[in-house]
Write a protein that binds this ligand. Structure first.
Ligand code: GLN
Length: 273
């Protein structure tokens, strides 16, 4: 795929990778080429432009070729880079966790709007924590809060722990392997803040997801059961048991699910904000 004879410098590699990505239908081909080359040669993306004449070794070229093949097959760039930014923080990701999405920042914003007092020692619960991004973003805002992240996947717990450490929140976070339908008595609480980005894609629509999502991201983080709403019923019930008296729950929902999730919440007796 990459003829090593013609590609001797990072500049050559960048041009080659950008072209291949473009032809594979990758939207941000230039940007991604810069990221992939810079990761491979362990430098910053800017250096690729500043020093295009820097040599690229045969082993780096081989590694780059592997990344290129994976990206051309539409593996998400975040898995190839091993990280994703969320709430201006860096999160380590691997194929065992859902990649943090910019739209999930709305959950953090919603909590910030509803809970303006920042230096109280809130207890925050994140159900289905994945990479830990929601919980860690909230802890970055609420400087005295303590967070508990629950996930059914061991891999997620390991990654979330790593993320709390690299972002400096290890002392204020705890991650616990568990199933929120069975283990909620072990979560402690009550919690002033509960958040979740649960799996909400109806099972029948999973195979129609973008192949970059369907083929690479953990289905268990996406599949919300027959109507996509199963996890909301469970979480809102957990909320009844574990939320403090004036506590608040913020949940990410899929398109078209708002009315149904509101119905579930009201029928359980939650007040809507
Ligand atoms: N937003 C995700 C998607 O792109 C779904 C995430 C979820 O189910 N929580 O499909």
């Amino acid at each position: 795929m990459i003829g090593q004879k013609e590609i001797n410098t990072v500049g050559d590699a960048f041009k080659f990778v950008a072209k291949k990505l473009f032809h594979a239908g990758i939207d941000l081909a230039n940007l991604e080429a810069r990221l992939l080359v810079s990761k491979t040669v362990k430098t910053s993306p800017e250096q690729i432009f500043l020093f295009p004449e820097k040599e690229i070794s045969a082993s780096e070229l081989k590694e780059l070729k592997n990344s290129l093949i994976r990206r051309c097959a539409h593996e998400p760039i975040a898995y190839l880079m091993g990280e994703q930014e969320f709430w201006s923080l860096r999160f380590f990701v691997s194929s065992g966790v859902l990649i943090p999405r910019p739209e999930s920042e709305i959950i953090v914003e919603a909590i910030l709007n509803c809970v303006p007092e920042k230096d109280i020692s809130y207890r925050i619960l994140d159900l289905g924590t994945g990479s830990g991004c929601l919980l860690i973003a909230l802890l970055s805002e609420y400087s005295s809060a303590l967070g508990l992240g629950i996930d059914i996947s061991k891999c997620s717990i390991e990654i979330a722990e790593k993320n709390s450490k690299i972002n400096g929140f290890r002392k204020r976070t705890k991650f616990q392997l568990g199933d929120w339908t069975m283990d909620r008595d072990k979560f402690g609480g009550p919690f002033e803040i509960i958040v979740s980005n649960p799996p909400y894609v109806p099972s029948s629509q999973i195979s129609a997801l973008d192949p970059g999502i369907f083929n690479y991201e953990p289905i268990q983080s996406l599949d919300g059961g027959v109507d996509g709403l199963s996890r909301y019923r469970e979480i809102l019930e957990v909320g009844l048991a574990l939320l403090s008296e004036s506590g608040i729950i913020a949940l990410e929902i899929g398109i078209g699910q708002a009315d149904k999730v509101i119905d579930i919440a009201s029928s359980l007796g939650h007040n809507l904000v």
